[in-house]
Design a protein. Structure first.
Length: 205
């Protein structure tokens, strides 16, 4: 909770430093498709909610700086398919509060390119397999409290207030390290990393 409050403080401190007359604000709502590199699964099969608030202001001739505060669901999923001979299943559910900072390049009147960094705090995590919810194993590293990602996106302006954004993000540090020694738990040597595609509608007042 203290770390969440710290992230919130950073968000609102930056917001206030821009000044009341310099920024625009709005909200966004969308969906994630996610997977985790290093879990021996493939595909953006884990759906999740994405939404939050943002503020932006003009920064140079090329575009805007935007700061966001979002709730975002990440993780991975494997569904059982008995008709195809696949009987095992797996679910990794990770819920974060994230603060992305991005620069939005105005390419055309209705087309933008986003590049940015994101810091996210893990507020809850659960894993489930064919036997039910998985209890924490002390021999297996647990998920880190923070996830740091880079991301890029494309924005298409629908009208003066509404923007559709498609975004791809990838962790730059592991969300869970590989166990020490020769213990094998389905990880790559480098650990596990969030990989997420997001589609969201942003409404600016």
């Amino acid at each position: 909770m203290k770390r969440f409050l710290f992230i919130s403080l950073i968000f609102f401190s930056v917001l206030s430093s821009w000044g009341q007359s310099d920024f625009n604000f709005g909200f966004q709502l969308g969906l994630n498709g996610s997977q985790v590199t290093g879990d021996q699964l493939a595909g953006f099969h884990k759906a999740g909610l994405f939404g939050g608030l943002f503020v932006n202001h003009k920064a140079g001739r090329l575009g805007n700086i935007q700061l966001e505060m979002n709730f975002t669901q990440k993780g991975s999923r494997k569904n059982a398919k008995p008709d195809e001979g696949i009987y095992d299943s797996y679910l990794m559910r990770l819920n974060y509060v994230a603060v992305p900072l991005l620069y939005r390049f105005k390419i055309k009147k209705t087309l933008d390119i986003d590049l940015g960094l994101e810091a996210a705090y893990l507020i809850s995590s659960r894993e489930r397999d064919i036997n039910g919810w998985v209890e924490p194993d002390l021999s297996v590293p647990y998920f880190k409290d923070f996830d740091f990602s880079i991301f890029a996106g494309i924005g298409v302006e629908i009208n003066e207030h509404l923007l559709f954004v498609f975004r791809y993000s990838y962790s730059i540090v592991p969300i869970r390290p590989r166990p020490p020694g020769n213990y094998y738990y389905g990880y790559w040597d480098a650990g596990q990393y969030n990989e997420v595609v997001t589609g969201t509608l942003q409404y600016q007042f």
